[in-house]
Design a protein around this ligand. Structure first.
Ligand SMILES: NC(=O)c1ccc[n+]([C@@H]2O[C@H](COP(=O)([O-])OP(=O)(O)OC[C@H]3O[C@@H](n4cnc5c(N)ncnc54)[C@H](OP(=O)(O)O)[C@@H]3O)[C@@H](O)[C@H]2O)c1
Length: 405
């Protein structure tokens, strides 16, 4: 195979999260020979990113997300393209298509269900034929959930000799903010859904990313505010569950239903015990419902787009530094054996930690997983990386994975 000039090209290096990722890659010491470059549509913005990194030898590639010729030239030079150019439903398809066609490995940060489903339908067969490993959702959604379940299943097999048929993830704490790019993706999804009943139905389908799944079962739905026996806490829905649960089900599907058939997975936020827990759960559940209702209406989206951060904006360096998350995975096997695992991360989930996870996922594709070992296709973090990425995240990205009991 022809030698590529780069291991990784970061497309969208000028995005809020792209800049944090570039800063992380420029400080990486574990892969001193890593060859990487930055790409995007604006030469001036990329020069500014490069200047801040103080990396005079960093190459810049100019390409617009709609410029097929420029993106083909970009893909020809690299083993892996890592893209933060979003909303992906608006700007992501051309690059993903070219990667699938040319056998270029690919990671992104999308959490846009409806777009991933379309991409699976259109390009999974192409990527399988070319050998391109296309891995969506390599940020806070959905690496901690997907690898947390994968880890819980490995531990269950080791401890009990069997996998869990049910895993419930509970967010104990998650401290951080959201960026303009994330809100833009969410508002675009709500805009698409508001005029498309088929899309609304698809969004409600827990198997939306497993079109060929045979063993579909009714999954558990978290109410707006309810007492949860599993965690002994009042809970409210977790906003990222809409994507994470779909990704985890796709992992089970791609791993040939290794977890269970059917496999049950749900997520919720823990808000404490007693009356105060109940009040918090009501406030969080009600707030979330209110936000979704507002975002589903055109005037509501107009108001939100004026009060929420704009593209390019996001949590301050201080907020990123002070952020963290703590997730519990409650597993139960078909024979009733139980275990509890935990995944934690330093930095704020959506940016500081996401950039480190995306960076290690990209390095993993470029350096650890040979084309001969893993076939192409539209994959999930667990089905593509498994334990290799868990070890990298523990060593270099501030994550912990542990068994509590
Ligand atoms: N999965 C997760 O946990 C997670 C976490 C954070 C973010 N995200 C997602 O990641 C994406 C980026 O978020 P963000 O807040 O960093 O976004 P952002 O700051 O708004 O940046 C968007 C990027 O897209 C680029 N772009 C837009 N149109 C383009 C085009 N036609 N050609 C080339 N580049 C184009 C912009 O380039 P310019 O700089 O030249 O304008 C910018 O680099 C969003 O989709 C967000 O939802 C996911």
């Amino acid at each position: 195979m022809a030698e590529h000039k780069y291991d990784i090209v970061v497309f969208g290096a000028s995005s809020f999260v792209g800049e944090i990722l570039c800063n992380y890659l420029s400080k990486n010491r574990e892969e001193p020979t890593l060859r990487w470059a930055i790409a995007g549509r604006s030469s001036a913005k990329l020069e500014a990113v490069k200047a801040k990194l103080d990396k005079a030898d960093l190459d810049i590639i100019i390409a617009d997300a709609a410029d097929e010729q420029a993106l083909r030239a970009l893909c020809a030079q690299t083993r892996v393209v890592t893209t933060t150019v979003g909303p992906y439903a608006l700007y992501g398809e051309t690059l993903l298509k070219i990667c699938a066609e040319t056998g270029t490995d690919y990671c992104d940060l999308t959490g846009e269900n409806q777009w991933i489903r379309k991409m699976i339908e259109r390009y999974d067969a192409t990527a399988k034929a070319s050998g391109a490993r296309i891995v969506n959702c390599c940020g806070f959604d959905s690496i901690p959930s997907d690898l947390g379940v994968y880890y819980t299943q490995q531990q269950s097999k080791e401890l009990f000799g069997e996998y869990c048929d049910t895993v419930s993830m509970r967010v104990k704490t998650a401290k951080g903010g959201l960026s303009g790019g994330t809100f833009a993706s969410l508002l675009n999804l709500m805009k698409e859904a508001s005029t498309n009943p088929a899309l609304r139905k698809e969004m409600a389908d827990p198997y939306s990313l497993c079109p060929d799944e045979e063993s579909k079962a009714r999954q558990i739905n978290t109410g707006l505010a309810q007492f949860d026996k599993i965690s002994g806490s009042w809970t409210a829905p977790f906003i990222m569950a809409a994507i994470n649960t779909r990704v985890v089900q796709r992992s089970n599907f791609l791993l040939k239903e290794a977890y269970a058939k059917p496999f049950f997975y749900d997520e919720a936020m823990m808000l404490g015990k007693g009356f105060s827990g109940r009040l918090r759960a009501g406030a969080v559940g009600g707030g979330l419902a209110g936000f979704m209702l507002t975002a589903s209406l055109k005037p509501g989206r107009w108001i939100l787009s004026r009060v929420l951060p704009s593209p390019g904006e996001g949590p301050s360096p201080q907020e990123q530094e002070n952020g963290f998350y703590d997730l519990y995975f409650y597993g139960k096997t078909a024979s009733g054996k139980k275990l509890q695992c935990r995944v934690t991360g330093d930095k704020d989930p959506g940016y500081g930690s996401t950039a480190k996870m995306l960076g290690q996922a990209s390095i993993c594709l470029a350096r650890d997983i040979d084309k001969a070992e893993l076939a192409g296709g539209l994959l999930t973090p667990a089905s593509c990386f498994g334990n290799i990425l868990i070890e990298r995240l523990k060593a270099y990205s501030g994550l912990t994975f542990s068994v509590i009991r």
